[in-house]
Design a protein around this ligand. Structure first.
Ligand code: DQA
Length: 147
């Protein structure tokens, strides 16, 4: 099982970035949690972060026929990017949307998620642990699809 984990703009700044909203865990902590979780469950993965919309689209497109599922936190592009939505729909892989914060309890402009329209599940408001939950969710979903 191979998962692609995609992170959007400013997530590389985790830890120092608005800790009251996003927590104190750093992007390195997030990568370590993903590494440990995937190792425990024998899942191959690639984790990618970019501040550029086109780079996020490129990595999603390249996932076709390579990965079994996608976990994505498009960050601010969640609320603006039809290109990321279209890329997710184009590759058609099972996808889970993750947000560290609970976007439903925040500003009105964060209420709409375009990427979420192509995801079968959303996890929000759980900090970096949300990524762990997303990995385990996809693992179970993919196992059911193979059965
Ligand atoms: C975020 C929520 C977005 O609204 C915001 O722009 C981010 C991070 C989250 O993980 O909570 O950058 O996706």
């Amino acid at each position: 099982m191979k998962l692609l984990i995609v992170n959007g703009p400013n997530l590389n700044m985790l830890g120092m970035r608005e800790p009251a909203i996003y927590g104190h865990a750093t992007y390195e902590d997030l990568k370590n949690l993903v590494k440990t979780t995937c190792k425990t469950h024998q899942i191959e993965y690639h984790i990618f972060q970019s501040n550029h919309e086109g780079a996020l689209v490129d990595v999603i497109q390249a996932a076709y026929d390579v990965y079994d599922g996608i976990i994505i936190n498009p960050a601010a592009y969640t609320h603006t990017s039809i290109a990321i939505l279209d890329a997710l729909k184009a590759v058609g892989l099972p996808a889970v949307e993750v947000h560290l914060s609970n976007i439903h309890e925040r500003e009105t402009f964060r209420q709409r998620s375009y990427a979420g329209m192509a995801c079968q599940h959303t996890i929000m408001g759980k900090g970096i642990e949300g990524y762990q939950e997303a990995i385990l969710y996809l693992k179970d979903e993919l196992a059911m699809m193979i059965d």
